[in-house]
Design a protein around this ligand. Structure first.
Ligand SMILES: [Zn+2]
Length: 401
């Protein structure tokens, strides 16, 4: 079944030669490139590259982009190849607790239209909500369904390698749910499923701050803490899809119980949920991280202590991440301002304090302010990536094809 699934996620068979896929992967990994640069990267002759890229341009997947001036060629401009934004559209849906953002994006990640879908509990209900939402979204955007080339749903939980089954989601209470097939049956568009942190990483790689990075990690900070890695230009999902469980790394031995069943996880100290709970226990008049930041600014010692403890824990966890993976960049995505200035400052200081200096100095730490459609846009990136080169890291499916 996996093989059938992967074939409908990708371009039609005539376009699936390994060399053409390698060209698309190079452009995803490195951004717009000249023909000469792509030929050199892939070890192809210029004539061969020219023929292959010509066919991809003919198919509308690539286009010639702006020119770059190469000083070694006396100012003669060279033409770059890039993905053609208008080739088709991709839909991303993020299943969340309050509502489920749905976006329609082009191949460059520009959001054409968006909707907030209601949330639900049962998978079947979600499939119906997504199908009804898609009809409304396409009507609003005046886009024909045939121009939508892929749809992806992302959620908090483990997803299998074929990206069609949610193996386990503690938040949703799901176990072995074939959600991709359920949605695909209703919408008639190739549909995949992904963990939301992995989607955030693919979104940053295709559309955001990870674009030119080969080795990077994304740490998302919203209702919960998520984490995912790109290693050697590919999404690293781990043996069972569980790579990046930063939120449930033990930070405090014998700490308080965590919703995962362990104790003292990062999630029990630094998540939005934990920070707000600590404020409540301290009797602070604050129900959001922003309000705790505001109190800290007025010198409230409890608010300062809570944010120090949370930032310290987050920085400690990120210092471990740097030492394990030696990434060139870490993007810390703050959703709707959940990471305020004191929290960020303490996080940065804790990273510096705990990381081996020679490794810490190699990693560029960036905070990125993102809004509520962040994960849905990442989902659209997953759909686009799946369409272009096969789902997820592409590697498994490339090997299988
Ligand atoms: Zn935990």
């Amino acid at each position: 079944m996996g093989d059938i699934k992967s074939s409908i996620h990708q371009l039609d068979g005539s376009l699936l030669t390994p060399s053409k896929r390698a060209i698309l992967e190079t452009l995803i990994e490195r951004g717009p490139q000249s023909r000469a640069a792509i030929a050199e990267t892939l070890g192809l002759s210029r004539a061969a590259l020219s023929g292959l890229s010509g066919e991809l341009i003919e198919a509308g997947i690539l286009r010639e982009a702006e020119t770059s001036h190469d000083s070694s060629r006396l100012g003669r401009p060279s033409i770059l190849l890039e993905l053609n934004a208008d080739h088709g559209y991709f839909v991303g849906v993020s299943i969340e607790q309050v509502n489920c953002p749905m976006v329609l994006a082009d191949l460059h990640g520009n959001v054409i239209a968006q909707l907030a879908l209601p949330t639900a509990h049962e998978p079947e209900e979600f499939a119906t909500i997504i199908a009804d939402g898609l009809t409304k979204l396409l009507t609003n955007a005046k886009i024909a369904r045939k121009n939508v080339l892929g749809l992806s749903v992302v959620l908090s939980g483990f997803v299998n390698h074929s990206q069609d089954i949610c193996l386990q989601s503690a938040i949703l209470g799901w176990h072995e749910v074939p959600l991709a097939r359920m949605v695909e049956d209703k919408v008639g568009i190739p549909t995949s499923l992904e963990n939301n942190a992995n989607a955030a990483a693919v979104g940053e790689k295709l559309f955001g701050r990870g674009r030119e990075a080969i080795n990077f990690s994304v740490v998302t900070f919203g209702e919960s803490i998520g984490c995912a890695h790109y290693i050697d230009g590919k999404l690293y999902r781990g043996h069972g899809g569980g790579a990046g469980e930063l939120a449930h790394c033990t930070i405090e031995i014998d700490g308080v119980p965590c919703r995962c069943g362990k104790r003292g996880c990062l999630d029990t100290i630094a998540s939005q949920h934990a920070v707000v709970a600590a404020a409540r226990e301290a009797g602070l008049a604050a129900t959001t991280p922003q309000q705790i930041e505001d109190l800290a600014k007025t010198g409230n010692p409890s608010a300062i202590r809570i944010l120090h403890r949370a930032g310290h824990a987050l920085g400690l966890a990120i210092s471990h991440l740097i030492q394990l993976n030696n990434p060139e960049r870490i993007v810390i995505a703050s959703v709707n301002g959940t990471l305020g200035s004191l929290f960020r400052t303490v996080t940065g200081q804790a990273i510096d304090a705990y990381v081996l200096p020679q490794l810490g100095s190699m990693s560029d730490i960036r905070f990125d302010d993102v809004n509520e459609i962040f994960w849905a846009r990442g989902a659209a990136a997953i759909a686009a990536h799946g369409y272009l080169v096969g789902a997820g890291s592409a590697k498994g499916k490339r090997d299988a094809a």
